[in-house]
Design a protein around this ligand. Structure first.
Ligand SMILES: NC(=O)c1ccc[n+]([C@@H]2O[C@H](COP(=O)([O-])OP(=O)(O)OC[C@H]3O[C@@H](n4cnc5c(N)ncnc54)[C@H](O)[C@@H]3O)[C@@H](O)[C@H]2O)c1
Length: 483
């Protein structure tokens, strides 16, 4: 071995670089690049202008009055931004929402109703020992701040109509809600699969350009451009929700997920109609919203009770995690015109039985209690909740408490004093007591029921009388399980 073998000469850096850039196999690339600044055999001297400009940047700046031009430019820009008013984007519309909205809509900006803030302040507080945070307390402040950027809107200007989707809007509560929303000038889209709902409940809106009805199952996703979502779709009576329990829980979980997804996508406010059933067979009486409930997770009613509890969880997670504006109502027993006849709910059962001269069926000893709220009171509560600044949950119900036997007595007084009462064995998991504590709704929504059972029952009776005796065919289709 020679000395040269042990210490081979270091490879020429220039050649290595040339190899990487230009493989020898490529016959078209065997010359050095013309403008390479890498020193090489044919380009050993750096070019003059590069060396001057990079080594003496300050000198470069002072040459040919360049500094003067820069200063004049800064002065012009300052003058411009101080004198010309800058038009800011609408303060209530986040850039994400704007982008999404424009992506999905061809409607010109001027026709769009005002959108809402997507993200609320994450600051939380505990209110008066209720035991959980009321995040939305802070929304009002956030909105006030941002609204002031856009200038004042004269008070005399009417509110822009909203586009509102009501899932389950062909049902009992939903159809009354639709009536109110249409009456106040909003546009309403009803999404319903007609499982328990009926077109008859909405037929008076057909032909109104502000009303649309879509046959759709909320278990499937849907994309609509709306400002508010009232999510009611779910069978509410035990007869209906036990008919297909898997479908019931799917409606509550997947259906709610889909509608929350829609709310997120279009920046809409979302209201969930939950239920007093989340309290199960309550160990606290009356039930306040802070009570966590006593629910059997594996009983025959669980598809509904646990489904609604999960729907509440999903709503809060979308609110906390994604900033979606949600509202949660826990509805207690509600009655009124357009209830399904023979749907197993105690008021509709008693009324239909008394009208048909059948005995009133009381399950158990009849001493279990319920509260009964007239539907117009509920609708008022739902609208106040949606329009207000509080997430909830809020109990919406009538605190007047009746035993089943007392209710049967009111029905006898209203329809037929000679109606007989028949006792039957009680159903599984039937709660013993139910009465809402509505102090929170009173205080924060300024809401309380105004229609007593003795005043509301006759209004329901005349609707049932007309449906049972006026058109027997209609009644059948109304109570049919169609899906
Ligand atoms: N009425 C009450 O006493 C009461 C009490 C507590 C809670 N709630 C809640 O209020 C809401 C409305 O109740 P209601 O009394 O009007 O009941 P309802 O059965 O009269 O109305 C429910 C509506 O939802 C529709 N629906 C059901 N599943 C659907 C699905 N998968 N996709 C689309 N539409 C579907 C039905 O066709 C019907 O129109 C329900 O969410 C219910 O849980 C009602």
């Amino acid at each position: 071995m020679t000395n040269n073998d042990n210490n081979p000469p270091p490879p020429q850096p220039q050649l290595l670089i040339h190899r990487t850039h230009m493989p020898e196999s490529d016959p078209h690339h065997h010359h050095q690049p013309q403008h390479s600044n890498i020193p090489g055999p044919t380009n050993t001297k750096p070019q003059n202008f590069l060396s001057k400009s990079s080594s003496t940047p300050i000198r470069y700046l002072f040459q040919k009055q360049r500094l003067l031009f820069v200063l004049i430019g800064i002065a012009i820009a300052t003058l411009f931004f101080n004198t010309v008013p800058v038009s800011l984007p609408p303060p209530l519309l986040s850039s994400t929402t704007t982008a999404l909205f424009h992506h999905h809509s061809n409607i010109p900006d001027s026709t769009l109703p005002p959108r809402r803030v997507l993200y609320e302040s994450t600051t939380t507080t505990l209110r008066e020992g209720f035991g959980f945070p009321f995040v939305s307390e802070y929304r009002a402040e956030a909105e006030t701040e941002s609204v002031s950027v856009g200038g004042k809107v004269p008070l005399s200007l009417p509110r822009k109509p909203l586009r509102i989707v009501v899932t389950g809007g062909a049902g009992f509560v939903g159809s009354h809600l639709v009536d109110r929303l249409i009456a106040r000038g909003d546009s309403v889209i009803v999404v319903d699969n007609f499982f328990t709902g009926r077109k008859d409940n909405l037929v008076h809106h057909f032909g109104n350009p502000r009303f649309e009805l879509i046959r759709h199952d909320v278990v499937e996703p849907i994309l609509l451009e709306v400002d508010q979502i009232y999510h009611l779709a779910c069978p509410a009576s035990p007869v209906h929700y036990k008919f297909n329990p898997v479908k019931t829980i799917k409606t509550n979980v997947v259906g709610t997920l889909n509608m929350l997804g829609l709310a997120k996508r279009v920046g809409a406010r979302f209201l969930l109609t939950s239920t007093s059933e989340v309290y199960g067979d309550p160990l606290e009486h009356p039930q306040a919203e802070s009570y966590w409930g006593n629910v059997n997770p594996i009983g025959v009613r669980s598809c509904y009770d646990e489904g609604k509890r999960t729907a509440e969880t999903l709503s809060m997670d979308y609110h906390r995690g994604l900033g979606i504006e949600v509202r949660i109502a826990r509805i207690f027993n509600t009655y009124g015109p357009r209830m399904c006849i023979d749907d197993g709910r105690v008021v509709s059962n008693f009324v239909a039985q008394a009208l048909r001269k059948e005995p009133l069926t009381v399950y158990g000893d009849g001493k279990q209690t319920r509260s009964f709220q007239y539907v117009s009171d509920l609708v008022e509560g739902l609208i106040r909740l949606m329009e207000g600044d509080h997430v909830g949950p809020f109990n919406l119900g009538n605190p007047g408490e009746f035993t089943m036997l007392e209710l049967a007595q009111v029905v006898q007084e209203t329809i037929d004093p000679n109606a007989k009462i028949e006792f039957r064995p009680n159903t599984e998991d039937d709660p013993h007591k139910r009465r809402p504590d509505i102090s929170r709704a009173k205080k924060l929504l300024g809401w309380e029921p105004t229609v007593s059972l003795r005043k509301g029952l006759p209004m329901m009776v005349s609707d049932f009388r007309q449906r049972i005796f006026g058109d027997e065919k209609d009644m059948d289709s109304g109570s049919a399980i169609s899906s």
